[in-house]
Ligand binder design. Structure first.
Ligand SMILES: *Cc1c(COP(=O)(O)O)cnc(C)c1O
Length: 216
């Protein structure tokens, strides 16, 4: 099946269960080149995800000049020395997870007169995935960001632990988001996006189910 058919099937599946709520599909195009992605771009799809700043700049800078509606999401870790470059290409950053990074982003936003939307990445405590704020520090971290920065934090993001039922984690994240008045939730990938949508996700990050397996 071609990538556009796969995307369209996913959009239909999501529409059928999302209960009129608007769910955004981020097509995670990391490692794939523009020629391969083009049919999805031509279809008018808006949201794309990348995990490397340099790759995103090279791939998307010209596309964004031609079509300013396109939104590129950083779904991977952001190193502090890449912030300036990241601001040139990303509309959303899904990996806000330390006080140091929050302060740096705030400073650079003000210096460059730029506003980006952020998700706080939450770590539910599996060992492989070290990024993210641990659940017992999350309330404190949200308060820190709201008190000490003017970052536009729209919601929470998570990657549930592997080999566990993800719905438990999606429910926990949804609950915390509501308590903290966040409207958006970045949860759900190729293997669990339907469960994520059922549990209130508003941004699903889907790579291989659209583009096929990544070789690197
Ligand atoms: C690569 C990546 C995705 C997409 O993963 P698939 O399983 O291919 O859908 C989603 N979120 C993050 C944070 C990623 O790094």
């Amino acid at each position: 099946m071609d990538i556009l058919k796969r995307l369209n099937n996913i959009l239909i599946q999501i529409k059928n269960i999302s209960n009129k709520k608007n769910v955004n599909v981020i097509a995670v195009s990391k490692t794939f080149n523009l020629d391969y992605i083009q049919p999805i771009l031509d279809s008018g799809h808006i949201h794309f995800g990348e995990n490397r700043v340099k790759e995103a700049l090279l791939k998307w800078s010209n596309v964004k000049k031609i079509n300013s509606n396109i939104k590129i999401h950083l779904v991977g870790k952001l190193q502090s020395n890449k912030i300036k470059d990241a601001f040139q290409i990303f509309s959303y950053i899904h990996s806000l997870d330390t006080e140091k990074l929050a302060l740096l982003l705030d400073k650079e936003e003000k210096k460059n007169n730029i506003k980006v939307k952020y998700f706080i990445q939450v770590n539910f405590g599996n060992e492989i995935q070290k990024s993210g704020v641990s659940i017992n520090k999350l309330t404190e971290f949200i308060l820190f960001c709201r008190t000490n920065t003017s970052l536009d934090i729209v919601g929470l993001m998570c990657i549930p632990p592997l080999n566990e039922d993800p719905s438990k984690y999606f429910k926990i994240l949804k609950n915390i988001a509501e308590k903290n008045n966040f409207l958006e939730l970045s949860m759900g990938m190729s293997g669990d996006y339907l469960s994520a949508v059922e549990n209130g996700s508003t941004f699903v990050r889907i790579g291989s189910a659209i583009f096929g397996d990544r070789t690197n």
